[in-house]
Design a protein around this ligand. Structure first.
Ligand SMILES: NC(=O)c1ccc[n+]([C@@H]2O[C@H](COP(=O)([O-])OP(=O)(O)OC[C@H]3O[C@@H](n4cnc5c(N)ncnc54)[C@H](O)[C@@H]3O)[C@@H](O)[C@H]2O)c1
Length: 250
């Protein structure tokens, strides 16, 4: 990773923060992006304290103008972007029989529009340079997550994360001849500040996440960061269009 410029969205917390810290630890210069300026400053401080190089940009990556400005600013500062990690995502839509249309639209924007806008901006640049790595965050939910479905519903999130797989595959085919690889990581249950309390509420229940996960534990953000690091590295240069499950065997 030494000398590489990596842009990570959703880097103020959870998995995105862990990805940013892991890439920085391996020597990449980071451009970290989030809508949460306070959390982003925390990640920025941690990277600097560890001796890394970082540019923090507060932006809403579901909107076209901020994404354009964000890439302009990153390219002005570094001259190129080698790696894009589309981490922003999430959302809750309840059971299908009562799901609200606003929640459906919000989840599509948060997970898909963000990945589309950032990938489009990065692709234009990487295609010209004939080099680059894009890693998207899908989810085990792309095929339905038993505990989420049973206790919470959330089919909009499952639909969005399945769409990330199709998007990843298609963009990989579009960019292959330009030497740009596009892959996704599909995490299983990963404990973050946001998800931890929810997992604890259901872990003892019949369809709880630990019982349903063959490796019998909730994952940690570093499990995902390591997979992203690999897909973003030179060692993965013959891998494109793949969604890698990092889900404890589920
Ligand atoms: N945690 C899990 O168990 C799990 C499992 C499967 C997939 N994932 C996926 O991994 C990714 C990260 O998950 P997490 O649990 O770390 O989430 P998180 O909610 O902890 O972090 C998401 C980050 O995105 C930022 N964000 C939200 N909206 C934004 C916007 N419009 N513009 C810019 N930034 C915005 C948030 O401020 C936050 O810092 C998501 O795509 C999620 O769907 C997580």
């Amino acid at each position: 990773m030494a000398g590489k410029i990596a842009l990570v969205t959703g880097a103020a917390a959870g998995i995105g923060r862990a990805i940013a810290l892991r890439l920085a630890e391996e020597g990449a210069s980071l451009v970290i992006v989030d809508i949460d300026a306070g959390g982003l400053a925390g990640t920025e401080q941690q990277i600097k304290a560890d001796g890394g190089t970082v540019q923090a940009i507060t932006a809403d990556v579901t909107e076209e103008a901020p994404v354009k400005a964000l890439f302009q600013s990153a390219l002005a500062a570094h001259g190129r972007i080698d790696i894009l990690v589309n981490d922003v995502g999430g959302g809750q839509s309840g059971h299908i029989w009562e799901a609200k249309v606003e929640d459906w639209d919000f989840i599509m924007r948060l997970n898909l529009r963000s990945a589309f806008l950032c990938t489009r901006a990065a692709a234009a640049h990487m295609r010209e340079r004939r080099s680059g790595r894009i890693v998207n965050l899908s989810s085990g939910a792309r095929e339905g997550t038993p505990w989420t479905a049973y206790y919470m519903g959330n089919s909009a999130y499952a639909a969005a994360k399945a769409a990330i797989h199709g998007f990843t595959r298609n963009v990989a085919l579009e960019l292959a001849e330009y030497g740009v690889t596009v892959n996704a990581v599909a995490p299983g249950p990963i404990e973050t500040e946001r998800t931890g309390p929810g997992f604890r509420k259901i872990e003892h229940l019949e369809y709880g996440p630990i019982r349903a996960t063959p490796l019998r534990r909730i994952g940690v953000p570093a499990d995902i960061a390591n997979a992203v690091l690999y897909l973003a590295s030179d060692e993965a240069n013959y891998i494109t269009g793949t969604t890698l499950a990092v889900a404890g065997g589920r």
